[in-house]
Design a protein around this ligand. Structure first.
Ligand code: CA
Length: 242
């Protein structure tokens, strides 16, 4: 489960220690010394998770967490607060501001990695390695294989070959089945970038994905929701599909 983690921490020694341990665990790391820098980094690439220090030079971590929760693009990023404080009240205000979890300094690298893993498992199902079976499709994130099977006879399977982007796109859509995603959301979550890629890139890859699924008669699983975006659904809804 390699993800992009933004570390917002103003103490250089702690920032470096965290960054080192996250990299060692296979994650990609972005570092910000303050809220303003964090904002700029997030504008370019949406991280999968934010580690947020309670006390920052330009604002509090709580205030930044609230800001992230207010904006549509960042409202569902998992946030783990880092704090030297141990008072119960602080924990409650952190959780009220939208933090998913809490780590009290000093903490061990092992605890940090374990907490991150737990939050990701809960909040980002597309980062999980679990096999997903839906609507006659079986997607295995570990082997990067997709099989199609007959719903009345699961022993009859055919493998379909997808490009890396189509695979990630299908994995994401299946992990959040029945949910509608805008093109901007898909760029953020599947491509990891929404600034330098155009919205129509999403359409191109959706078309490619559908074409592959069409060959096995499964193209109706990936649906266009007019004026909104795309979704994976096992129910074919003629009204909203183009
Ligand atoms: Ca601090």
């Amino acid at each position: 489960m390699a993800v992009t983690i933004l570390v917002v921490e103003d103490e250089p020694a702690i920032q470096e220690l965290i960054s080192l341990n996250l990299k060692r665990a296979g994650h990609m790391v972005l570092c910000a010394d303050n809220a303003e820098q964090a904002k700029q980094l997030i504008n370019n690439v949406l991280p999968d998770l934010v580690l947020l220090d309670w006390m920052l030079p330009d604002t509090t971590g709580i205030e930044l967490a609230r800001r992230l929760r207010r904006e549509a693009r960042t409202k569902s990023i998992p946030i783990i607060m880092l704090t030297a404080r141990v008072q119960e009240n602080d924990k409650i205000s952190g959780l009220e501001a939208g933090a998913d979890d809490y780590i009290t300094k000093p903490f061990s690298p092992r605890e940090l990695i374990a907490r991150i893993k737990a939050v990701l498992r809960r909040r980002l199902p597309e980062m999980s390695d679990e096999i997903i079976e839906l609507g006659g499709l079986k997607l295995d994130p570990t082997t990067h294989r997709v099989h199609v099977y007959a719903l009345d006879d699961p022993s009859k399977t055919t493998e379909i070959t997808l490009g890396p982007t189509e695979f990630r796109l299908l994995h994401y859509l299946m992990a959040y089945k029945e949910r509608v995603h805008t093109r901007a959301q898909l760029l953020d979550r599947v491509w990891g970038d929404h600034v330098f890629i155009e919205d129509r890139t999403v359409d191109v890859h959706i078309r490619r994905l559908r074409k592959i699924l069409e060959a096995v008669d499964k193209e109706n699983l990936v649906q266009t929701v007019r004026g909104t975006g795309y979704r994976f659904s096992v129910e074919f809804d003629e009204e909203s599909v183009e």
